[in-house]
Ligand binder design. Structure first.
Ligand SMILES: NC(=O)c1ccc[n+]([C@@H]2O[C@H](COP(=O)([O-])OP(=O)(O)OC[C@H]3O[C@@H](n4cnc5c(N)ncnc54)[C@H](O)[C@@H]3O)[C@@H](O)[C@H]2O)c1
Length: 422
């Protein structure tokens, strides 16, 4: 049969959620305020790159299970569930800005059918379920928190095979109805109160950011004492209490979530009277990591970035996405340019950028450069011909901020190679 689901906000989370629910047999209407985005989506043209998403969007449109409309009210008027998937950017004080969420709730308040369930999928601070309830002002409608944990780059499989589904509600029957939507995913279901559900999401992102900052700090120690972080991490990861996941050193975390969510968590704690010093340190380590990468490039070009030519492989904040939001690659390149470097970048998913020169292929950007810097862990970079890159470069330095390339092969070819933590 399938349920009637409205998705309010058709970005990374909304489009994935809508397309996946359609794939599971529900009747989904996705809404956005961006008219051009909706027109393109109606014709099967996606605004984002996400593996597997194109196929299920096309299948959903063809089967009639997935439609796109302009405006939240048009989607919500016949729904049983309205999923709020709008952005919650960082506000001036570090807290999440709920303007878009409140606006979306206000737009659907008068059209929601009786007994509809409004589901908060946006990442929102503790208490936001109540905020949405107040804006809706409807006693015949329930609000449920159902935070999203998908990772860009594997969003479709993360949605269809989640590690867990978290549902926060004071209304057991609404919680059960939302839980039923995930019955085919056979996963761990955590049903709790709204404050706990909202806290789980922030705590999860804060922990993941902590893991990365931790391994980046360990990498800095490895460099100082002459250890190899790759071996150190291997030795750490076999301890079941630690595990291998998310222990890869790199240029620091970024993306649309960790930067704003860590700061929001610090603010949530502060407002509640707890000084979250640990998480503040995690943010500091991350900022330092970017500076450390810039310093490596500076060394690679002989100590002076002014006038140096740098080839950069990678712009997105991680592989398998086209998302540039808060990308460490962009931050590092921007700093290199600010210090006088001339940077030409290549990325498999990014063909132009407002402030960075983007080349058409990975070898072309090496032409005449003093150093090559690897900034995103795209798998294809592993397989590029380093000898060809060497022929094109003027210098012979590699800075591999992802420890992605074959270090021995690079050294054999005559490169001077700097990785992270080794
Ligand atoms: N991107 C991720 O990997 C990810 C993962 C988990 C959770 N989240 C959270 O999910 C939320 C959405 O993130 P995203 O990356 O999908 O954002 P996004 O910016 O890609 O998409 C948000 C969309 O909402 C639309 N929108 C805003 N107001 C609207 C309204 N009133 N009516 C209809 N549409 C409206 C915008 O035009 C935009 O297309 C955020 O809270 C984010 O923190 C994101």
């Amino acid at each position: 049969m399938g349920s009637r689901i409205a998705i309010i906000g058709t970005g990374y989370v909304g489009l994935t959620t809508g397309a996946c629910f359609a794939h599971l047999g529900h009747h989904v209407v996705c809404a956005d305020i961006d008219r051009a985005r909706i027109e393109r989506l109606s014709n099967g043209i996606l605004p984002i790159y996400e593996p597997g998403l194109q196929e299920i969007v096309e299948a959903g449109i063809a089967s009639g299970h997935l439609r796109f409309v302009v405006g939240a009210a048009a989607a919500a008027k016949d729904c049983e569930f309205a999923y709020l998937c709008v952005q919650t950017p960082q506000g001036d004080d570090g807290a999440a800005d709920l303007t878009y969420l409140q606006q979306a709730a206000a737009e659907i308040a008068s059209v929601l059918p009786a007994h509809a369930v409004v589901v908060n999928k946006s990442t929102v601070p503790v208490g936001s379920t109540k905020v949405v309830e107040r804006v809706l002002g409807r006693h015949d409608v329930s609000v449920v928190s159902n935070p999203e944990f998908l990772r860009e780059g594997s969003a479709v499989s993360d949605f269809l095979k989640p590690d867990r589904v978290v549902i926060g509600s004071d209304d057991p029957s609404a919680a059960t109805r939302v839980a039923d939507l995930y019955s085919t995913t056979s996963t761990h279901l955590i049903v709790t109160d709204p404050a706990s559900a909202e806290t789980i999401k922030y705590a999860a992102n804060a922990f993941l950011a902590t893991k990365i900052s931790f391994v980046n700090a360990v990498a800095a120690v490895c460099e100082a004492v002459g250890a190899d972080v790759n071996d150190v991490v291997l030795g750490l990861g076999y301890d079941k209490r630690i595990g291998h996941e998310f222990l890869r050193p790199g240029p620091g975390w970024g993306g649309s979530c960790f930067p704003k969510d860590t700061r929001a968590m610090v603010k949530i704690a502060e407002d509640a009277g707890y000084d979250f010093n640990l998480l503040k340190g995690v943010v500091v380590v991350n900022d330092e990591q970017r500076e450390r990468m810039v310093a490596k490039v500076e060394r690679a070009v002989g100590g002076n970035l002014d006038g140096a030519v740098v080839a950069a492989w990678g712009l997105t904040f991680k592989a398998n996405t086209d998302d540039l939001r808060e990308s460490p690659a962009i931050a590092i390149i921007t700093e290199l340019i600010a210090r006088g470097a001339i940077v030409k970048a290549y990325d498999p998913q990014v063909k132009s950028h407002p402030t960075i020169t983007v080349g058409a292929d990975a070898y072309e950007v090496c032409d005449g450069a003093d150093a090559l810097v690897v900034l995103t862990e795209w798998d294809e970079f592993r397989w590029l011909d380093l000898a060809e890159a060497k022929r094109r470069l003027r210098g012979s330095s590699i800075v591999d901020t992802r420890n992605l390339l074959d270090r021995s092969a690079a050294i054999r070819l005559g490169f001077s190679y700097q990785g992270v933590g080794r």
